[in-house]
Design a protein around this ligand. Sequence first.
Ligand code: AMP
Ligand code: MN
Ligand code: MN
Ligand code: MN
Length: 276
Amino acid sequence: MTETYDLHCHSSASDGFLTPTEVIQRAQQMGVTSLSLTDHDTINGQAEAAKAALDNNINFIPGIEISTTWENKCFHIIGLNIDYEHPALINGIQALQTLRVERAKKIALKLEKKRIPNVYQAVLEAAKGGMVTRAHFADYLLSHNYVATQQEAFDRYLGQGKPAFVSTVWADLQEAVDWITQSGGVAVVAHPMRYRISASWMRRFLSFFKQTGGQGIEVITGRTNPDEIRRAMLFATQYELAASVGSDFHTPKNKWVELGRLSPLPKNIKPVWELF
Ligand code: AMP
Ligand code: MN
Ligand code: MN
Ligand code: MN
């Protein structure tokens, strides 16, 4: 049987549309054989997903996507094959969870100044106890016709430099990698092509990430084109990082990103799952 890995996706524990059980069921339908659920700054969906994976014959790899800050820039670091009950990890992400609530309040206040009232309560309810992210705000703006698309919500309100952007200092990069490593996991740079930084900043970032003990980088993501794959392969080779594969699936409503629907990983690179 062919193995199909998808090592990056979200559930209702953060900004995903499906419950952890539904994510696993959908993965199974899509032919995924090994799945990691990587919610933003939380492990709350892990136990449910692990159980559903047993019932659906999926090889479940516990995971997380941690928001970090390095040199005033935000980077998402995926932890794969973590022990999601490890105290170092659980204690570490607690501050991020508080930070997300505080930030959501500030974003709502900024939106109020733009005559968009009552958003805080609405996004809290939409998040159903899960991590609140800007995706929840974008959904609110979209469903209440303040914008026509999710992208417009980021372009007009939520993106960096826009009126409702709240500059946030996330976890220290070294600390986040340490939490992942101490819990037995592998730290992986998420979606390297999505950071709007110059090539020289990217090289500085990757050499620092390597020094922290980071071991992987996403080479294949949901919407990568051949040129992006080629560039990510160069990063992986130059910094001796193992290659990961993950859709970053959030919702069935997005027709372009689906669980397991990923370009094949090139052969001449070490896959991250060899480190598990
Ligand atoms: P946060 O971590 O709260 O800043 O929210 C980041 C999340 O918002 C990402 O994980 C995506 O789900 C979503 N997101 C970020 N940028 C965009 C964008 N330009 N268009 C649509 N969704 C986005
Ligand atoms: Mn997200
Ligand atoms: Mn991300
Ligand atoms: Mn993600």
